[in-house]
Design a protein around this ligand. Structure first.
Ligand code: ADP
Ligand code: MG
Length: 239
């Protein structure tokens, strides 16, 4: 039954017309799984923001994306919904390990993403973890053990680097999707090397979504390294 549901959902995604002259404006009109749709509506989201309307259909179809839109424009859902849908359609289970990695420049932003993930993902069965360091009572080793059981991780580059250096505990061989949020800040904070190291550990045939508030040379450099044939979406403020 679930197999049929996934096949039906995949067919609806395939039928999505990216060139339609009437873009989708409501979450209810997107080809989304039952648990995502329920989580979104329970969180009282009904109408897509502009960056969501541009990015989500492309991301659902598996495209790599470089998205730019100012702070407050709704970029979090623009990547979290595609993450949940990717794993759902792959019928990801607790035995499949790490399926999605979301990188955020600061602990505070990572926490915010994690909270939104918990809200809209509440009807899904995936496990999700936060890897930000500095949490009382958790040594790197204890944390590493928990990591191996997680399907979705939200992390900061510094903490992730520590785990990579203890390589034995970190297995991303099955990773389906990587998100780089606030890519401009990740670069401005000097995390280029950490991100490069991390990306080297990831399978090449993954999907990558990258978002930032501003476009810069550093962001396009990072995009060149980590994205494959990306779609560029950006929302400009009215002049
Ligand atoms: P950004 O990452 O672009 O700075 P956020 O994802 O943090 O933006 O969203 C900013 C605010 O907008 C949050 O309070 C969020 O709950 C709200 N928001 C996001 N998408 C929607 C939507 N489709 N409808 C209503 N509010 C939304
Ligand atoms: Mg954000």
């Amino acid at each position: 039954r679930e197999q049929d549901e996934v096949a039906d959902l995949q067919a609806r995604v395939n039928d999505l017309d990216l060139k339609s002259t009437t873009p989708i404006t409501k979450f209810a009109d997107l080809p989304l799984s039952e648990p995502s749709a329920a989580g979104i509506s329970a969180s009282h989201f009904t109408t897509l923001t502009e960056i969501q309307a541009q990015a989500i259909p492309l991301a659902l179809k598996g495209k790599d994306i470089l998205g730019a839109a100012k702070t407050g424009s709704g970029k979090t859902l623009a990547f979290l919904i595609p993450v949940l849908e990717k794993l759902y359609r792959a019928q990801w289970t607790e035995y499949d390990g790490l399926g999605a990695l979301i990188l955020s420049p600061t602990r505070e932003l990572a926490l915010q993403i994690f909270d939104v993930l918990r809200k809209i993902g509440r009807k899904h069965a995936f496990s999700a973890g936060l890897v930000i360091g500095g949490k009382a009572g958790f040594s790197l080793k204890e944390e590493a053990e928990r990591l191996t059981r997680m399907n979705i991780l939200v992390c900061t580059p510094g903490r992730m680097k520590q785990h990579l250096e203890q390589a034995a505990s970190f297995n991303a061989d099955n990773l389906q999707i990587l998100v780089l949020d606030e890519a401009d800040r990740i670069m401005d904070m000097g995390f280029q090397r950490e991100v490069d190291q991390l990306v080297e550990h990831l399978p090449k045939d993954r999907q990558t979504l990258m978002f930032s508030a501003t476009q810069s040379k550093k962001v396009s450099d990072l995009a060149r390294l980590s994205l494959k044939d990306p779609e560029y979406v950006s929302v400009h403020e009215a002049a």
